[in-house]
Write a protein that binds this ligand. Structure first.
Ligand code: SF4
Length: 444
């Protein structure tokens, strides 16, 4: 939890010497709490106070990086319990389990399935982030062989899961450059795994049965020189794990309890696809840093990725498309002109329906701060004046030989005024986007 100005003030020299550029120590403390200045501006702060202040300024949940380059996965560094308080910063990683008891061809098939999981939604590409290779066989060579196949078959980030430190060391030596997450499956071998992670500067996941064990395992790993730690709570059911995750997050955020200030990794238990999806979505919602699933079928992975995308969008900034003219199909100067707002979901829904109609059309997205049609109308961001101004200045008049525009049915109330001030003939389209296909097919 961030320190208040008064908390900081208590740690300052209180001499009001002004060397920091502020008239009093209290003014400096207030500015520091609001992150308008930095601690090094006060040359008189004691080493002890400096340590306390620097430690308090660390994020309550540590940022962990798995992999490297553009493809890297960053988790943690969250600051709130609920997204409406601010937003969630680092989307949880979605990964797939690959057990080394599978045959070579089964592993290759799984890799090919995972590589194909890439979708576009509301203008963003969404895809999974990592593959977790598990040493289920307990065979060192088999584990290494599976890791090599995954390395060769995908650019995905990698997590390595095992109990045996010698088998893990062999696997790590194959993929150290990809900065894998090393998951210690047996707390009895934690010391060797700590040494392995420290030597390779790798993130380490500690597996524990409960919160108390987790706190002592992370403290031990930190003491052993591992900076990037992830917590894996095992041996609990879905509700037990979610209760633990919520409690850990609350304790880290509200009490600034460092041993629990690390992201978590969660494995689904069910092999029944619907139940596994429900489990995975529950973990992604509260509060897993990584979710590892088995099922690679698109119809199950897509909803999980969509849920993650929705949860990790900034709730105060709607996903927007650029306000401009969009051409759908081979438009001519006689093609219909539809107008809507620049809320991303609205645009892509309308565009999808226009495509289905096979009637090439122009869609003009008015700048409505990314709000949906009714919300923008209620907030006076999608008014007759705004639409008129857009129609007459966005360049559509040079592209079509007519002056007819279709507005959403929900704002039919704007039609009279819009026609009067814009000089365009206004047609009222359907209320719901689902009616656009039929509407356009009968449009003249
Ligand atoms: S330099 Fe330090 S001691 Fe001097 S006024 Fe600023 S905060 Fe206070």
């Amino acid at each position: 939890m961030a320190l208040s100005g008064l908390d900081i003030y208590k740690l300052l020299p209180k001499t009001n010497c002004k060397d920091c550029g502020f008239s009093t120590c209290l003014a400096f403390a207030m500015a520091l709490a609001q992150k308008r200045t930095s601690l090094d501006k006060c040359p008189h702060v004691t080493a002890q106070a400096k340590e306390a202040l620097e430690s308090a300024s660390q994020p309550p949940i540590k940022l962990i990086t798995i992999g490297s380059g553009d493809n890297k996965l960053e988790i943690g560094n969250e600051t709130v319990m609920y997204r409406h308080e601010q937003k969630f910063f680092h989307p949880c990683g979605i990964g797939f389990l690959v057990e080394d008891i599978l045959s070579e061809s089964e592993i290759d098939k799984r890799i090919a399935d995972i590589n194909s999981l890439k979708f576009e939604r509301v203008g963003q590409v969404i895809s999974p982030d990592l593959i977790c290779v598990k040493n289920t066989s307990k065979d060192k060579d088999r584990f290494a062989g599976s890791v090599k196949r995954v390395m060769d078959g995908t650019k995905s980030n990698i997590a390595l899961y095992g109990d045996d430190s010698a088998a893990m060391a062999g696997a790590v030596s194959l993929c150290r450059a990809r900065k894998p997450l090393v998951i210690c499956g047996d707390s009895g071998n934690l010391d060797e795994f700590i040494k392995l992670a420290k030597t390779g500067s790798l993130p380490l996941a500690v597996t524990c049965s409960n919160i108390e064990e987790a706190a002592s395992a992370t403290a031990k790993a930190k003491q052993g020189g591992v900076e990037e730690i992830v917590i894996n709570i095992k041996a609990k059911n879905l509700s037990g794990k979610i209760q633990d995750y919520a409690l850990m997050r609350r304790t880290a955020l509200k009490k600034n309890f460092r041993p629990l200030g690390y992201p978590t990794i969660s494995f689904t238990d069910s092999v029944e696809p619907d139940i596994e999806l429900a489990e995975a979505i529950s973990y992604a919602t509260k509060y897993a840093g990584i979710v590892i699933i088995r099922n690679t079928k698109k119809e199950y992975v897509f909803p999980l990725l969509v849920t993650r995308q929705d949860i990790y969008n900034d709730p105060q900034k709607p996903v927007q498309v650029e306000p401009k003219i969009y051409e759908i199909g081979k438009v001519t100067n006689q093609s219909p002109v539809l107008v809507t707002t620049n809320f991303s979901i609205t645009y892509f829904t309308v565009a999808g329906e226009v495509e289905s109609s096979k009637i090439p059309s122009y869609i003009i997205c008015c700048d409505a701060d990314g709000m949906s049609v009714l919300t923008a109308w209620a907030a006076e961001k999608f008014t007759a004046e705004k639409i008129s101004d857009t129609l007459n200045n966005i360049g559509i008049m040079d592209m079509v030989g007519h002056r007819k525009v279709v507005i959403p049915g929900y704002v039919s109330v704007l039609s009279g005024k819009l026609e009067e001030i814009s000089g365009w003939k206004v047609n009222v389209g359907p209320r719901e986007a689902s009616g656009i296909t039929n509407y356009l097919r009968g449009y003249k």
